[in-house]
Design a protein around this ligand. Structure first.
Ligand code: PLP
Length: 402
């Protein structure tokens, strides 16, 4: 049957009817180990009882009121985010792209309010992904997402990843901000060294630019800290957050210092749904768990274990695995075979993993995975690599026989 859905995704022949912790139950009757977490979204796994209770309790009270009124759950979540980060203020959105739109608008408005409306340009880095709205595809700068959508939104300049000299040259009198993911997610789990982030901070201070961190994928415990910037000690002026913050409920946030947000006055930005009581109840419940003493240490510990097992996998299968990348529970495997082949082989072993750029496969399990589940994922990837090797050998033999 032809699907009535807009065909913008090459959807796999796979659907799930139930989830539990790090496990997904397919309509095919099979049980899958979920190392994708809906692309880093289900931070606490599936059917987490604390999240279910928060959602259903709130659903029985009030779902939505609009930002025309006080929303105490949102005040509370914002207060907790402020207490645990560099930020002074928070704007809630529904998605990552909208959090980035808020970040970009805020950076422009900061300069406009300071009498410099000509400073509106944002510098980004090759391989970036910031979302799919018109402004965020311009920010991401990737031709495959821009093509056919008319003139690229004005005001985004891109420099090569990690190239500080190119960056210095790109900064001009119209530059408002630098925007970067501390680890590029879609770009292929590419880590930005702490030293580079420190250089960005000092360039921003020197030129009165705002530093925007896109922590939509890296945030909310994914790397073993609440936010990835904490590893470097560099604080941004503005930060976008989404994915894990809702644990599966669609929501995002734009966090900022009071200085960076100083241009955003009444009426300058808005949203119908962002920050509604239902989303805020779930966001608070996610934070209850992530901020529990020992939770982030657990992420660091299993993350390290995963990294060790992936190094072992590479040693065992050098013809398949080229490189292991990442931090905490945001790991990437660059393979010698196309990542689509690796992902298909993993799926045959009932392991769900996600594609990224640079021929990388991302491993983004729920943050609650156990050591035993890491061991199970290793076994499944080991089997997937073995079947790829068998294929490679058979193909080589066929080639030799021809
Ligand atoms: N920024 C980063 C780093 C992301 O990984 C994503 C989504 O993958 C986005 C922005 C866009 O978020 P959303 O799809 O919620 O709009």
């Amino acid at each position: 049957m032809k699907s009535p859905l807009l065909p913008t995704y090459a959807r796999a022949e796979l659907s799930f009817e139930k989830g539990e912790g790090a496990w997904l139950f397919g309509r095919d009757g099979q049980r899958y180990l979920d190392f994708g977490a809906g692309i880093a979204v289900n931070a606490l796994g599936h059917a987490n009882p604390h999240l279910i209770k928060a959602l259903t309790d709130q659903a029985g009270k009030i779902w939505h009121t609009s930002n025309l009124y006080q929303i105490p759950e949102g005040e509370r979540l914002a207060q907790r985010l402020v207490e645990n980060t560099f930020a002074d203020v928070v704007f809630f959105s529904n998605s990552g792209a909208e959090a980035n739109e808020a970040a970009i608008k805020m950076a422009r408005k900061y300069h406009a309010a300071n009498g410099k409306p000509e400073r509106f340009r944002v510098i980004t880095f090759e391989g970036a992904f910031h979302g799919r709205t018109l402004a965020t595809i311009a920010a991401g700068g990737q031709a495959k997402y821009l093509e056919g959508f008319g003139p690229k939104v004005e005001g985004f300049d891109q420099v090569p990843f990690g190239d500080i000299e190119a960056l210095k040259k790109a900064i001009g009198p119209e530059t408002a901000a630098l925007m970067i993911e501390p680890i590029q997610g879609e770009g292929g789990v590419r880590l930005v060294p702490g030293a580079f982030l420190r250089e960005l901070r000092s360039l921003c201070d020197q030129h009165d630019l705002l530093l925007i961190f896109d922590e939509i994928q890296t945030g909310v415990g994914r790397t073993g800290k609440l936010f990835a910037y904490e590893w470097s000690g560099v604080t941004p002026d503005i930060m976008s957050v989404a994915k894990g913050i809702g644990g599966g409920f669609p929501m995002g946030a734009c966090l900022a210092t009071a200085r960076a947000a100083s241009g955003m006055t009444v009426g300058s930005h808005g949203t119908t749904f962002g920050g509604n009581p239902l989303a805020m109840a779930v966001g608070n419940a996610v934070l209850d768990v992530i901020l529990e003493p020992g939770f982030l240490e657990h992420v660091q510990k299993v993350g390290l274990l995963l990294k060790q097992r992936l190094a072992e996998l590479k040693d065992r299968h050098p013809a398949v695995i080229a490189e292991v990348r990442g931090q905490g529970l945001m790991m990437g495997l660059r393979t010698h075979v196309p990542n689509t082949e690796f992902i298909a082989a993993a799926r045959k072993e009932k392991l769900i993993v996600i594609a990224a750029g640079d021929n990388v496969t991302r491993l983004l399990p729920p943050l609650i995975i156990s050591e035993a589940e890491v061991a199970e994922a290793f076994e499944r990837m080991d089997a997937a690599c073995t079947s790829i090797e068998t294929e490679l050998k058979a193909a080589a033999q066929r080639g030799a026989a021809e």
